[in-house]
Design a protein around this ligand. Structure first.
Ligand SMILES: Nc1ncnc2c1ncn2[C@@H]1O[C@H](COP(=O)(O)OP(=O)(O)OP(=O)(O)O)[C@@H](O)[C@H]1O
Length: 258
């Protein structure tokens, strides 16, 4: 029997309990207990080297913790593989590109939809079945505002729209939990605003955990923010709370206590 404090806690879509990750004796993540509530947008921020990427890779199962445990909807996923948590509804997007440059946008989404169904492409699929995919694919392209370009090759998209296509392939997996790795990396101001609006829209009814350097985006989108510093949690709260926290200001924003 699990003890009461180890019992599944289904208030949280994602929960890490005392997670530590060391690399050859160097502690990149140190005893982090992170709780991401269902239906919220939660951001992980912190200065360079704070352990954000390591934490994100632990949660998305690209790394295994040295100690501690990781839970998805209260279920222990510490030893799961990335594909297992994706099937359980937690899908990672961005930075690891899931876009095929030589396919059209519609074809890219169709591939993602077939992946969700556990199929690879079969040329003998009935036309009716593929038409169903087209309908779903068009709906998903419309969600991210790419429905005007369904016949365009992915390689021909400008950068910001390519990121939207990545988001669309993630949506095709019908995620309950979206794990976004620096969604605004490398984007100009116009694209940032557009992608932020779309993330807000598609987050409805879902949980989002994102690592993001752009603090305006973090302020704009996040319900809750965890600030990491040197592998540990320095502060947690709303943007208002963490941005006025003296320790955060001195550690993260490079300001003195004065
Ligand atoms: N595979 C690894 N082997 C050794 N050290 C690592 C490894 N991965 C990360 N680290 C170290 O762990 C620390 C945390 O790195 P991490 O990339 O998680 O930080 P971060 O907050 O994402 O930083 P940034 O904002 O610069 O991306 C750093 O000091 C980094 O050098």
């Amino acid at each position: 029997m699990p003890s009461a404090d180890r019992a599944p806690n289904t208030d949280y879509a994602i929960e890490t309990r005392n997670v530590t990750k060391t690399f050859k004796g160097f502690t990149a993540v140190d005893d982090v207990s992170l709780k991401v509530r269902h239906g919220t947008i939660h951001a992980l921020i912190g200065p360079n080297g704070a352990g954000k990427s390591t934490m994100f890779n632990l949660i998305t199962k690209f790394l295994e913790p040295t100690s501690g445990s990781i839970h998805l909807d209260g279920r222990d996923i510490t030893r799961d593989k990335p594909a297992q948590i994706a099937r359980a509804g937690a899908v990672r997007s961005f930075q690891i590109s899931s876009v095929f440059p030589n396919l059209t946008l519609l074809e890219n989404i169709r591939v993602a939809l077939q992946r969700r169904m556990g199929n690879s492409y079969h040329f003998w699929e009935s036309q009716a079945r593929l038409d169903v995919l087209n309908e779903d694919a068009r709906r998903i392209l419309a969600e991210v505002g790419l429905d005007d370009s369904e016949s365009v090759l992915a390689s021909e998209l400008p950068y910001g729209r390519k990121r939207l296509l990545e988001l669309a392939t993630t949506l095709a997996m019908e995620p309950r939990v979206m794990l976004l790795d620096e969604p605004m990396a490398g984007m100009g101001t116009g694209d940032v605003a557009r992608v932020a609006n779309i993330i807000r829209k598609v987050s409805q009814g879902r949980t989002v955990l994102m690592v993001e350097h752009n603090l305006n985006v973090v302020a704009d989108l996040s319900d809750r923010i965890t600030v990491l510093q040197q592998g540990s949690v320095l502060a947690e709260g709303t943007y208002e709370e963490v941005s006025t926290n003296r320790q955060v200001r001195s550690a993260y924003m490079g300001e003195s206590d004065d």
